[in-house]
Design a protein around this ligand. Structure first.
Ligand code: KG4
Ligand code: ZN
Length: 346
């Protein structure tokens, strides 16, 4: 019986280590975010991310054991993100996980980062419990810095992609807009903060593909429109109207995301809804999704902030479910910048 796993997440810039049990209970979750190291470059520098992972991973592992008050003898497996992500960053987590699994003689499982996000709302700890169980089919909107897709989830490993962005991810649009108006990096949370005191109707931004029949989305037109507006307004006006710009830009993204989610719920008949991934930390999105859920009588699950941005707990939960289902990876397991073809049904 696999009761507890140690999990690593190093697919992008955050280094995260967790210990999770078979029910999704998070016994420890410790992360190192090194945004300041990347900020001068206006985006994530893969080489810096890899170096930070190799410095932080083992100290965080020790800290996780201390927090959970557990030792290696309590751990029955190691779960590690091996796809998709920055290749150098993935290698650091994977090589460390393999070495530890080999030396401790416990099974290893490579996890798809996006599957982790899909399962994140079903984690639990003293402060948070999910509103429904992972055993029921649900509709998921996964929104992060690299991906924006709608999925129908029918159980472990049964993830059907219903629609995706055709170009930029929603998080990427937030980040680029923040950079454009001088809010720095990482941008999503800063745009969110500014937007809270702004007028979402002050500036008109396009809502591309919102009336399109499919569940696909597009955010690159929004980015170009923002670029044009920002250069027309000039830096002084942009600075003075930063809150209204952020609120209007954010609302354009939220309108597209929520209208596609509503359409997907209608098409599939599903009323159990999950919103997950880094952008699900957005406060405007959380409020508007709750309102929509009440109106549509959905049961909505949005993970708390610590589980919606990149974290190892979600990797541990996905990993332990696969280990319990008998899946094992051997020492030939490699990293992949993309998902494996069998990960998602198109
Ligand atoms: O899932 P995540 O932590 O990493 C990836 O797998 O990409 O998502 C990171 C993305 C970034 O683009 C970041 O700007 C965005 O999530 N983000 C937000 C907020 N917090 C993080 N976007 C909007 N509002 C937020 N509060
Ligand atoms: Zn992520």
């Amino acid at each position: 019986m696999i009761r507890k796993v140690l999990a690593f997440e190093t697919s992008c810039d955050d280094t995260s280590v967790s210990i999770v049990d078979y029910s999704g209970r998070v016994l420890a979750l410790v992360s190192a975010t090194k945004d300041l190291d990347h900020e001068p470059y206006g985006g994530i520098v893969p080489e810096i991310a890899s170096r930070n992972h190799s410095l932080s991973l083992l100290p965080l592992t020790e800290e996780a054991f201390k927090k959970a008050q557990l030792t290696w003898s309590d751990i029955n497996g190691i779960a590690v993100t091996n796809r998709p992500g920055l290749i150098g960053a993935l290698i650091v987590g994977l090589v460390t996980a393999k070495s530890l699994a080999m030396s401790k003689n416990i099974p290893l499982i490579g996890v798809n980062h996006l599957e982790g996000h899909l399962l994140a709302p079903f984690l639990h700890d003293d402060q948070y419990a999910p509103s429904f169980s992972f055993t029921e089919p649900y509709l998921a909107l996964a929104i992060s810095g690299g991906h924006t897709s709608l999925y129908k989830v029918e159980g472990l490993g049964k993830y059907k992609i219903l629609g995706s962005t055709k170009d930029d991810a929603a998080g990427e649009a937030f980040d680029k807009f923040a950079k454009m108006i001088g809010l720095g990096f990482p941008g999503g949370a800063r745009v969110d903060q500014e937007a809270q005191s702004g007028d979402p109707k002050k500036y008109q931004f396009p809502r591309s593909m919102i009336h399109d029949e499919t569940l696909d989305m597009s955010f690159s037109g929004l980015k170009s429109a923002a670029q044009r507006l920002v250069s027309d307004l000039g830096s002084e006006t942009v600075k003075l109207n930063s809150s209204d710009l952020c609120a209007s830009f954010q609302q354009a993204i939220l309108d597209v995301l929520l209208s596609k989610l509503e359409k997907a719920a209608l098409n599939t008949g599903l009323k159990k809804i999950v919103i997950t991934g880094g952008v699900s930390a957005n406060s405007g999105l959380r409020i508007q999704a709750e309102v929509l859920a009440r109106a549509k009588k959905w049961t909505l699950a949005i993970p708390p902030l610590r589980f919606c941005t990149d974290n190892a707990a979600m990797i541990g939960f996905a990993g332990i479910l696969h280990l319990q289902a008998g899946v094992r990876h051997d020492w030939s397991l490699g990293p992949s910048p993309q998902s494996w073809p069998q990960d998602f049904e198109q």
